[in-house]
Design a binder for this molecule. Structure first.
Ligand code: ADP
Length: 406
């Protein structure tokens, strides 16, 4: 019954998402997430085609490796046929640095290049490398069938004017300090989906794509190619995120260090793990809670209002780059797909750009369905559930099927 299956792995800093996908039909047979890794609450949640969710407790402080092994053992024991039909593994990799600009079959040289890009994605690339090394061990027969699919690939067409920072030029030439972008696989997927929904060819479509999750980024897409994006050299710049600050004045770092005597490592922790929605509310980065308490808790209102303000500033700026030919705005990611409040507040501020919210439609979008949430006389805002795993599976299958072994 099973055809050629791809195991897709997405190792985040404290989570591991996985899926087993038929590369021809795009059927997702099983997917899941191991979350709260390295904490007491670590657990594994699996969902099969019938949408039944199964919870498997992991040992306290379970690591990525342990979570992956528990998942694979589950497949071996309960879904033997599925296990035997896995013929390649696709790994999401956030940062390919200056060298890795498109999906590639992983060998030791590729691993070295992913390692070299660790300082550009310090919380992500090390986790991806654990997933890659562990896959090599668990699937020795598939050693030459691991593919890396990079978030940064979507940004390969950025021009100097959007990727260069106004700092001494040799820092780019010598050390590769520039904007690289992130969430590229998601922005790539929603671009193609929007092209189908709007019946506009990918090469012609002009979009502003908002990927709003724990990590958030926004991309300006002109004629199907990304021309600017909010994330920078690392996934810290740009929009307000769950725990990351996004844009701040770099002098804040000097002040914290020189005047308040906070060490650089603690400042790094502060702006990556204690800021964003968590910093603004002072106790949570869970957007569900913040949204539900928008009307009765001042700190929740503050966090969401500032979040939306930053978002619409970027949308305004990117709309200028479209020469008046913006086709649609896309909302995706855990927050973009689910937070009707954040969509409502943001879209209501975009009437001068021709966007008019249909609040009924906005409230009705549910259950991982796509939908247009603007009125008939408005330019469309489309909510599109992202499916990064499909792009990873497709790229993996393409590379493995074309790769001839001698
Ligand atoms: P990641 O960047 O880790 O992949 P996700 O894309 O899964 O993150 O998004 C996680 C965020 O989505 C969290 O802030 C969570 O609170 C938010 N979220 C999930 N479901 C809802 C919901 N129903 N309403 C509002 N926010 C939601």
């Amino acid at each position: 019954m099973y055809n050629k299956l791809i195991l897709v792995l997405n190792c985040g800093s404290s989570s591991l998402k996985f899926a087993i996908i038929d590369s021809n039909s795009n059927i997702v047979y099983i997917n899941g997430i191991a979350e709260c890794l390295y904490t007491k609450e670590s657990k594994l949640l699996l969902q099969d085609q019938k949408s039944k969710i199964k919870k498997i407790n992991l040992n306290e402080n379970a690591s990525h490796s342990e979570a992956l092994r528990v998942f694979i053992n589950f497949i071996i024991n309960k879904k033997k046929k599925m296990y035997h039909n896995i013929y390649a593994i696709g790994h999401r990799v956030v940062h390919g640095g200056e060298k890795l600009k498109k999906s590639v079959i992983i060998d030791e040289n590729v691993i070295k290049d992913i390692e070299d890009a660790i300082h550009f994605a310090p919380t992500h690339n090390p986790a991806h490398l654990i997933g890659i090394r562990e896959s090599f061990k668990i699937f020795p027969k598939l050693l030459n069938k691991n593919v890396a699919v990079f978030d940064t690939s979507f940004y390969k067409d950025l021009k100097e004017k959007s990727y260069l920072y106004a700092i001494p030029y040799y820092l780019y030439k010598k050390y590769g300090i520039r904007r690289y972008g992130a969430h590229g696989i998601s922005h790539f997927y929603v671009t193609r989906k929007a092209s189908k929904i709007l019946n506009i060819k990918v090469e012609k479509i002009n979009l502003i794509s908002c990927h709003l999750g724990n990590g958030s980024s926004i991309s300006a897409i002109k004629q199907g190619k990304c021309i600017d994006t909010s994330m920078g050299m690392t996934p810290l710049e740009g929009l307000i995120m769950g725990t990351r600050s996004g844009d701040i004045d770099p002098s804040i770092i000097f002040y914290l260090n020189e005047v308040l005597n906070i060490s650089l490592s603690n400042i790094k922790k502060m702006i990556t793990e204690q800021s964003g929605l968590l910093g603004l509310t002072e106790y949570t980065n869970d957007c569900r809670y913040i949204e539900n308490n928008y009307d009765n808790k001042l700190e929740c209102k503050r966090a969401i209002d500032i979040y939306c303000y930053r978002l619409i500033k970027y949308i305004g700026a990117y709309s200028i780059l479209m020469n008046g030919k913006l086709d649609a705005i896309i909302f995706t990611g855990g927050i973009g797909e689910n937070s009707s409040k954040i969509r409502e507040i943001s879209i209501k501020k975009l009437s001068t750009l021709g966007f008019k919210l249909d609040q009924d439609k906005n409230l009705r979008i549910k259950n991982k369905a796509w939908g247009i949430i603007t009125t008939k006389n408005s330019k469309p805002v489309i909510v599109i559930p992202t499916k990064e795993e499909l792009i990873i599976a497709q790229d993996t299958a393409k590379l493995i099927d074309n790769h001839k072994e001698f």
